[in-house]
Design a protein around this ligand. Structure first.
Ligand code: ADP
Ligand code: MG
Length: 331
């Protein structure tokens, strides 16, 4: 059997069970971060993400500052997904000897600016030669009060599923980059969402403290794929209403121009780096109001958690529909 026939998640499942921690308070493979308890008031959160040239980014189309920012931002998004506070980063680079030093200086400026903004300190890493493209790995260590940890496994039938930003913008931005579409202003916003994601640190920390929030994760692979991760871990199902998905004006404009189905971009497109969460139904209205007064932005409802395990259904204007496209697959 080839890896491309197995896929990323089935591969991880093949070995994950052999590494199940015997200490039940440790949480290993399966969530946005590993959880390592330290004492009654603090647990460590650890996450790592790999960015590979021509898989995750195209060197000619992203500025070195943006790439440095993004390499850290995608990890901070995983810390936010648990409700935590990021503290320390480690950065490993595989580089060609032909790379301009000025490019690397700018890359580190982008990384440093976000690290400063988020109070994250770079504590180490590794640097080697790469013979086939640029390789970037970042690991981030964060902390959290154990009472506030939100996991993918905590969704309960009846919960309202919410997200914290408009969906599909980043994927549309990537499509525009690949199309070489010019940077007129609505398009520039989409490309910005793709190249310069803002990690949802403050939202994550605040939502972590709310008892009304059950499961939480960040959206990196796309709603359809990431929703399945919550359903697997929580052993439940979900009904998503495509006509409720929050769409930016920029995405609607691009969709009209290129004849795209905007709601499918929102359901399938990856790299939104906002939060996906499930909220106790009776406490949803109060939480929505508190979120709005805290962040001056809406918490968007997009569907409901249901009982049948792993059953993900889509509806449009109340009618059952199927998605016509598949999300990004590594293999
Ligand atoms: P995310 O998108 O939040 O970064 P992934 O969906 O990529 O998370 O990964 C799912 C889970 O599998 C995470 O807990 C991650 O730590 C784990 N994982 C992914 N690849 C590996 C690997 N090669 N070895 C061990 N664990 C892995
Ligand atoms: Mg994640």
């Amino acid at each position: 059997m080839k890896l491309k026939d197995l896929g990323e998640f089935a591969l991880i499942q093949r070995f994950a069970s052999r590494f199940t921690p015997t200490d039940a308070s440790l949480k290993g493979i399966g969530d946005d971060c590993a959880i390592i308890p330290q004492n009654a008031h603090r647990s460590w959160l650890v996450t790592t993400d790999l960015l590979i040239e021509n898989v995750h980014f195209l060197l000619p189309s992203i500025s070195p500052q943006h790439l440095g920012h993004k390499a850290l931002a995608v990890n901070l998004s995983d810390i936010a997904a648990m409700g935590g506070t990021p503290l320390y980063a480690f950065l490993s680079l595989g580089l060609s000897g032909e790379l301009e030093v000025s490019w690397l200086d700018q890359f580190m400026s982008g990384f440093h600016a976000l690290a400063q903004e988020e109070n994250v300190l770079l504590l180490g890493g590794d640097t080697t030669r790469s013979s086939s493209g640029l390789v970037i790995n970042v690991a981030v260590l964060g902390e959290i009060d154990p009472d506030n940890i939100k996991q993918r496994s905590q969704a309960i039938a009846g919960d309202i599923i919410c997200c914290t930003n408009t969906l599909g913008d980043s994927a549309a931005g990537l499509e525009l980059i690949l199309k070489n579409a010019c940077c007129e202003s609505p398009f520039a916003t989409l490309i910005e969402r793709h190249h310069h994601p803002l990690p949802p640190t403050q939202e994550g920390k605040w939502l972590g403290k709310q008892k009304a929030v059950h499961a939480m994760m960040d959206l990196s692979d796309g709603l359809d794929s990431d929703m399945h991760r919550i359903l697997e871990q929580s052993k439940c199902g979900a009904d998503i209403h495509l006509d409720w998905l929050p769409l930016s004006d920029s995405l609607k404009y691009a969709a009209a121009k290129f004849n795209w189905k905007a709601e499918e971009w929102a359901a399938i497109g990856g790299e939104d780096y906002c939060l996906l969460l499930t909220v106790h139904a009776q406490q949803y209205e109060a939480l929505k109001e508190q979120f709005r007064s805290q962040f001056k932005r809406p918490l968007y409802p997009i569907g409901y958690i249901t009982s049948p395990p792993n059953q993900l259904r889509y509806f449009n204007k109340g009618k059952r529909v199927e998605l016509n496209r598949e999300g990004f697959k590594h293999f």
